[in-house]
Design a protein around this ligand. Structure first.
Ligand code: XLS
Ligand code: CA
Ligand code: CA
Length: 438
């Protein structure tokens, strides 16, 4: 069989001392830690769009990477790309992939032609996935690239565009189900606004919810058992995106009665664009029972846009995996590398270096998060900090047994109250370093 990455061997675990760039130093897929294999804790996924399609183009320049897979006809490129994706995933021991409809097959001149192309490549991916033992983590529809979506898709001012988007979602759901997908993502590409001077925000949000309800109804009717996700992002491409952050999305889901079917897909770079830490967004999702899946990447501290870099910051991966462990691990979700190569990393092997760095970054994060839990000092500190809510008046407050009159009586009798503890942030940060590096 033709190889698309002949220069790269299968990547195996060689341990932390390995200097072989084509090896894992921390990711040992079948190693059992905390009761299950690392691959089940992490559920790594290839993002088809970045991994197989993105060419390194930016607003100032054309593609620097060749993504033609030895073909020139767009459908032949799509077929070869599917084979190349399997080779890449096999070599990296990746079990899952995520895709947009437009990543796997090029749009045709009509919706009929586009759907026929999707049928062909969908069938090919189904056969290849069975042969290579790959699964779809989640599917989605690209409702932002085509100019028809310049005003949004589910939030467009044009009902015909809304209908077209619905048709695209229907097909993307069918593909997701056909490929055994365990999730379906709504990322509000252009679902937001540039100016309120031309925007009926109420109608746009009502319509978005209508579209999501239709998607749930249809998906369940064709046997989709997985989770729907909304992926929060505050801005870019629109000035304001309706799915601003985890809290905003939770309020939307509850307002429209979608919270039973939807969880959140939290992306690191989107969290920081919203002015939060990655850990904050994960924590908001977790404490609301809505931590579904994760788009694993990172931003750049000096840049205010979505740089989608591969995640190598071990503090971030550790704190992320702590949230995942506290949530009880993934069910249908996983860690999808929604990350792209820098424009100048253009050679075939660069994608492997990038994915190895991300996979090892998260494997190390998982190992460190488990160390944090085993060490116990951080958890013990937090427990102790809220100790006053476990007895006496605190326990009554938590049990819902108090009212303002009783608390006033308590306070009057108590007199002035002074804080009893220090927050000890610096001490705790040092403990974290001790756990990681000590
Ligand atoms: C873009 C988003 C997008 C979604 C899928 O910023 O991250 O790639 O994950 O449409
Ligand atoms: Ca994403
Ligand atoms: Ca992103």
């Amino acid at each position: 069989m033709e190889s698309y990455f002949p220069q790269v061997p299968r990547i195996a675990y060689e341990g932390a001392k390995s200097k072989n760039p084509f090896s894992f130093r921390f990711y040992n897929p079948d190693e059992i830690i905390a009761g299950k294999p690392m691959r089940e804790h992490l559920r790594f996924s290839l993002a088809y769009w970045h991994g197989m399609c993105a060419g390194g183009n930016d607003p100032f320049g054309r593609a620097t990477m060749d993504r033609s897979y030895g073909a020139s006809d767009p459908m032949q490129i799509a077929r070869n790309k599917a084979h190349a994706a399997m080779e890449l995933m096999d070599k990296l021991q990746l079990d899952f992939f995520c895709f947009h409809d437009r990543d796997i097959a090029p749009e045709g001149a009509t919706l009929q032609e586009t759907n026929a192309r999707l049928d062909e490549i969908g069938q090919l991916l189904k056969e290849l996935s069975a042969e290579h033992n790959k699964r779809v983590l989640w599917g989605t529809a690209n409702l932002f690239d085509n100019p028809r979506y310049m005003h949004g898709a589910g939030t467009s001012c044009d009902a015909d565009v809304f209908a077209f988007a619905a048709a695209q979602i229907k097909k993307a759901l069918e593909l997701t189900v056909m490929l055994g997908g365990q999730g379906y993502v709504f990322w509000g590409g252009r679902e937001g606004y540039e100016t309120l001077l031309n925007t009926d925000m109420a109608l746009e949000q009502d319509n978005m919810a209508r579209l999501m309800h239709m998607a749930v109804d249809y998906a369940r009717s064709i046997g989709f058992k997985g989770d729907f996700y909304i992926e929060p992002k505050p801005k870019e491409p629109t000035k304001h995106q309706y799915d601003f952050d985890a809290s905003t999305v939770l309020a939307f889901l509850r307002k429209y009665g979608l919270d039973k079917d939807f969880k959140l897909n939290i992306e690191a770079n989107h969290a920081t664009l919203a002015g939060h830490t990655f850990q904050h967004e994960l924590c908001v999702a977790r404490i609301n029972g809505a931590l579904g899946s994760i788009d694993a990447n990172r931003g750049d501290e000096q840049l205010g846009w979505d740089t989608d870099q591969f995640p190598t910051n071990v503090y971030d991966t550790t704190l992320c995996m702590l949230e995942v462990l506290r949530a009880g691990g993934f069910t249908n979700g996983g860690l999808n590398f929604d990350a792209k190569l820098r424009r100048a990393s253009w050679q075939g092997e660069d994608l492997f270096h990038a994915l190895i760095s991300g996979m090892d970054g998260f494997a190390l994060g998982l190992r460190m998060a488990l160390r944090v839990l085993e060490d116990g000092r951080l958890d013990a500190f937090v427990r102790e900090r809220y100790q006053s809510f476990t007895t006496g008046i605190g326990a009554d407050i938590v049990a819902g047994k108090t009212n303002l009159q009783q608390l006033e009586a308590y306070a009057l009798q108590k007199g002035e109250v002074a804080p009893r503890q220090s927050g000890r942030q610096e001490y705790l940060e040092n403990i974290l370093n001790d756990i990681l590096f000590g």
